[in-house]
Design a protein around this ligand. Sequence first.
Ligand code: NAD
Length: 331
Amino acid sequence: KKLGIALVGLGYYAKNLLAPALEKTGECYLAGIVTGTPSKIPEWKEKYNIADKNVYSYDTFDKIKDNPDIDIIYVVLPNSMHKEYTIRAAKAGKHVICEKPMALNPAECREMIAACDKAKVKLAIGYRLHSEPHTQEIMRLKREKDFGAVKLVEAADGFKIGDPTQWRLKKALAGGGAMYDVGVYCINGARYATGEQPIAVTAQEYKTDPVKFKEVDETITWQMEFSSGAVATCTTTYAASTERLYVAYEKGWAELRPAFGYGPIKGKTNKGEMDIPHTIHQALQMDDFSRCVKENKESPVNGYEGLKDLLVVEAIYKSIGSGKRELVNPV
Ligand code: NAD
């Protein structure tokens, strides 16, 4: 049986990426929607054949607990709302996928993990790249040591942000700027490439438009140290488009460019191009999680993976404030 997924928040990502991907999944399908905007309902119902009884508002959300059509709740709301809706989903007895960044800080992540543990439901973060074959090749290169040990990682993710009124520029809703939005991909990419959680960071912040970026960061550069001796240097920005993951090993290198977007991702190593076809990341991701639910296995992108990134984010802001190298708090 295909598991039923309900999307919470019908914004850009839900509408343009997740819902279309749910037409390509084999293990799950779009069973329900949760929205605060009633005018969106008819189009979604018609396009995806969603039954009236599977349409919820934020007020009726908790009634999902009585709906056997919904197995998984997928939280696709602004960052500040991830914690509340993940915990409410767990209390409704449903498995949860929560978009990245998992929450605003490590304390929130821990509350979410505890709530899902208590309710005995599975939690995954929307880290679609963990299911993406080029990224998996980067993980394999570290694991099987084709080119020896990882020495250096360079990661960058950024784009030029538009509309100055959007929630991504409001600290209360977003948590922070580029770092929360796409900087997490650099942290994540470096963690995949090294197979390690960083132990210390040094970070620098730059702002060219203090009006637009009054509340959140525009550009942050940072360095991460790993206990193996590997070092990562990273950039995230809302000022310009950049997207790259480069790994230097003892005896070679690998690069993904573009590395973090919806694809096609392109990869090469010192041996040549990676011959890997484009896939729909979100379909692979949701099928992978659905299999975890069906087989009662922990997701490889569980809440602790989201927490690990937020612990690094916390150390990065601390370093910007102190101007010093800061240790990353342990998981
Ligand atoms: P969006 O602004 O397009 O959609 C947000 C949705 O939340 C809208 O439907 C909006 O109506 C609803 N909403 C409810 N309360 C709101 C409030 N108080 N303020 C603003 N909107 C409110 O955003 P998006 O790009 O779809 O991002 C949603 C989440 O998905 C974010 O956490 C983002 O980081 C994540 N995301 C992940 C990926 C990925 O590749 N994994 C890509 C894009 C976005």
